[in-house]
Design a protein around this ligand. Structure first.
Ligand code: RFL
Length: 405
């Protein structure tokens, strides 16, 4: 039975069939799918709308994810504005090697900054589909998740009062540091992997220095170059985990990028002001299963994937499609199949991407590990990509997320 929705501003307890905790790509996509089927839901978000519309993060979106957004009426701006990426380049031992994945497979990547996607999703959810959303909430608490009538409460930023919401399902889409992670029962299995490296994540006010993504595999450490727009480029530099960004002044950053991404036949990188500089420790985790009573996890709340393989937002969207569709089937037609199979259907792709991330991490970090044996096998792996069509095809399938499943 579906509970009738109420006004989110009402002081008395509110009722929504679904409460979605977190307005990232996962939560907003679930919300949009529910609203398209006229299922009421309430999204609770700790940050402001302006903040989530500007928070810089992902850029690379896989083709199947874009098609999934398109089928749900959520990709109009993306399809108009995203860049298509068809090749990437590896640089090692002073040489550069192009990997033309569209030529090999017929598939490409889309590049569309995450803040633009979030802006599109929040506008469609709140302004077009009339979805309820509360920004700036504090101290979200979840209760009765093992019952079929859970409740969610939060501190309302305007009144300072605790607001109570009755619901049937809670979608935990609040990222890797949200509240839903903290209420998991003991039966939750959390698998963790620490790569033991950090990445200095940089955004530079500088035009891209290559027409494709570039991966520099260098004895001093990995470096990455990714166009974000004609004016802004994302760069990464491998660094010790927990390093202080202040250890990386402008001159040091650019000297390391020039060295690690250098190639004999290429001019130096175009330098510019650094507008973001933060150290990310590379670690992953997976929560299994992704469903506990009436709490259903999606996206980074269930599985954190370090940006090594640019997969996190893609997985968040995959979960959100399955969760949104499953909730609609159940709440509008009483069919539980999608929800019952939700966790297993997500985890197949999650583990596949985790494995690729681990494989790629060795390629990126092996030569700088200080271990001559790992450095040798890393270079053998890299050369194989450009010498063996079978190795190239296998890499392309993982890189593009096109493996049959
Ligand atoms: P998000 O985006 O973290 O959204 C969660 C939302 O929940 C809110 N929140 C709460 N709300 C209510 N109550 C609470 N207690 C709450 N606690 C938190 C947060 O404010 C936030 O708005 O999770 P979601 O939706 O699962 O999406 C995941 C993606 O954001 C993430 O996987 C990607 O950004 C990862 N990632 C990349 N993924 C890709 O697929 N391709 C890429 O190219 C790519 N590049 C990246 C990345 C992540 C990066 N960083 C910063 C880790 C590059 C970087 C640098």
């Amino acid at each position: 039975m579906t509970l009738p929705a109420q006004d989110a501003n009402s002081p008395s307890p509110q009722r929504f069939p679904v409460v979605i905790v977190g307005a990232g790509p996962a939560g907003l996509t679930v919300g949009n799918i529910l609203r398209a089927a006229s299922v009421d839901c309430l999204v609770l978000e700790t940050e402001t709308r302006e903040f989530i519309e500007r928070r810089p993060r992902a850029g690379v979106i896989e083709e199947w994810a874009v098609r999934g957004l398109e089928q749900r009426g959520l990709a109009e701006n993306l399809l108009e504005r995203a860049q298509l990426h068809t090749e990437c380049e590896f640089r090692f031992e002073g040489q550069r090697y192009r990997f033309p994945y569209r030529e090999l497979t017929g598939h490409h990547h889309f590049v569309y900054p995450q803040p633009l996607l979030v802006t599109d999703l929040v506008r469609e959810y709140a302004d077009v589909r009339g979805g309820a959303i509360r920004f700036g909430v504090r101290d979200v608490q979840l209760h009765g998740l093992d019952s079929d009538r859970p409740t969610v409460s939060y501190l309302d930023p305007e009144t300072g009062q605790r607001a109570l919401v009755h619901c049937e399902f809670v979608a935990g889409c609040d990222g890797a540091r949200g509240v839903t992670r903290t209420v998991l029962p003991q039966r939750a299995r959390i698998a963790r992997h620490d790569y033991g490296v950090g990445w200095l994540a940089l955004l530079a006010e500088a035009p891209p220095s290559s027409d494709c993504v570039v991966f520099g595999v260098h004895p001093s450490g990995f470096a990455g170059h990714m166009a974000r727009s004609p004016e802004v480029t994302r760069y990464y530099l491998e660094c010790p985990p927990g390093d202080d960004p202040d250890n990386w002044p402008h001159e040091r950053v650019w000297a390391e990028l020039q060295e690690r991404l250098g190639a004999a036949d290429r001019p130096p990188l175009t330098e510019g002001r650094l507008i973001e500089k933060r150290v990310l420790d590379m670690h992953n985790h997976v929560v299994e299963p992704m469903v506990f009573g009436r709490l259903l996890l999606a996206g980074d709340a269930a599985h954190l994937t370090a940006p090594i393989a640019a997969k996190g937002m893609n997985l968040a969207l995959h979960d959100a499609f399955l969760l949104g569709d499953g909730l609609v089937e159940y709440l509008t037609r009483g069919e539980p199949g999608g929800l019952n199979g939700y966790s297993d259907a997500c985890l197949g792709r999650v583990w596949d991407y985790q494995e690729f991330s681990q494989w790629l991490s060795e390629v990126y970090h092996g030569t700088s590990s200080g271990d001559a044996y790992r450095a040798g096998t890393t270079l053998a792996r890299l050369r194989r990509l450009f010498e063996s069509p079978a190795a190239a095809a296998a890499f392309a399938e993982q890189y593009l997320g096109t493996a049959p499943r």
